[in-house]
Every structure is written in C-alpha cells, then in structure tokens.
Design a protein around this ligand. Structure first.
Ligand SMILES: [Mg+2]
Length: 207
C-alpha cells in the first residue's frame, strides 16, 4: 500500500515546451554565438536543455569553462514570472490523499519561481530543490532522507518522473517503485515499474 508520492517537476507536472520560448532565449543566444561548438552540437545541446539540467548538458557537450560559467551566471539569476499551467492530468494527482513530496533538480531561484507560477506549493508536504550550484546532494540522497524522516518503507513510496537517468534511476537504486510518465514514448526501453502516456494512470497503479 502506497502512502507517499515523490514527484519530479519539469516535464512531469508541466511541459517545459510551454515556457521554453521565454525561458531559454538568452541561454540559446549564448550557445548560438559559441564558435567552438558545431551547428549539430548547438542543436542537440539546446534540445537537451529543455529536458535536462544545465550542468549535465554543459558537460556532455563540452561547453568549456567560459561558456559554462556564462550560462550558469545567467540561469542562476533567472526567475519565470509568466502564468504557467500544469498538465490536465495533474489535477487527479493533486486530489490524491497520499502525502506528496516534490524533488526537482535545477537552479534554486528558477525552480521556486515555477512552483509559484504553477500554484502547487500547497500540494506538497515538502519541496526540495537539488541545486548542483549549491550542494553535492543528489535526488537519491533527498529520497533516502525523506523516507527516513517520515518513517516510510521503500514499498510505501512511488516515485513519478519523466527521466530514466534522473529520478527513475535514483529511486530504482533505492528499491523504490517508479512510474515513468512518457507521453511521447521517448524511452521505450527504460527499465521502470510502471510506465504510461498518461499521468493520471498513476492512480490506477496505487489502489
Ligand atoms: Mg523532469
């Protein structure tokens, strides 16, 4: 019997594509004028930035220290202050009586601004921003800490996310069941407990 849900934020509660035009403009401009990156690398890096944390993308595509620092300086000061909408299905998750935790990776100021604009703060018992700029703590560390402090066994928790390499992996390593929300079937091979195109199917696997 599940007692708690741990949710990711980006592309799990709302689609990053809905804000990326406003959010990524400046950082995309920086990448576009970087002479040391090929056009293909620029395209791939920009695409991946809409799905994965900046520091991972910067490392993967060899941004180098100068570009990496410039992007960091830009992103750590950004807040998103335009209206945002959760996925329609999120309403069903929100109304679930289970205790809910939000654990998201990214820049502290930006992630908090999204929480405010989505108006979801009251849905969660705790909200944790894993900010690689500020701490070496990982999602796995945060999950383990939540279970310990709330006296939850691994079988009482379900982790919900969109990234097999991030929250899904962290949960799997801890022995927690996972629900991969994959509306575009981007990860057909991912090793997960449950998987769906629809977020509200989370409720079907709980009871
Ligand atoms: Mg995500």
């Amino acid at each position: 019997m599940k007692k708690a849900l741990i949710l990711d934020l980006d592309n799990t509660i709302y689609p990053v594509s809905s804000i990326q035009g406003n959010l990524f403009g400046e950082i995309f401009n920086l990448i576009d004028v970087a002479d040391h990156l090929t056009e293909q690398v620029k395209l791939d890096a920009k695409d991946e930035l809409t799905r994965r944390p900046y520091h991972l993308v910067a490392n993967k595509y060899n941004f180098g220290d100068a570009l990496k620092d410039k992007g960091n300086d830009l992103l750590k000061e950004i807040a998103y202050e335009l209206p945002m909408q959760p996925f329609d299905d999120y309403a069903q998750i929100r109304s679930s009586p289970l205790i809910k935790f939000l654990v998201t990776t990214g820049f502290t100021k930006l992630q908090w601004s999204k929480v405010k604009m989505l108006d979801i703060e009251q849905d969660f018992a705790e909200i944790h921003i894993v900010d690689p700029e500020l701490s070496t703590q990982t999602k796995k560390d945060v999950f383990a800490d939540i279970l310990k402090r709330h006296h939850l066994s691994t079988s009482e928790v379900l982790v919900i996310g969109d990234d097999p390499e991030s929250e899904i992996r962290a949960a799997t390593e801890l022995g927690i069941e996972t629900f991969l929300y994959d509306p575009e079937n981007k990860h057909p091979e991912a090793s997960v407990t449950f998987k769906s195109f629809s977020l509200k199917e989370v409720l079907d696997v709980l009871y």
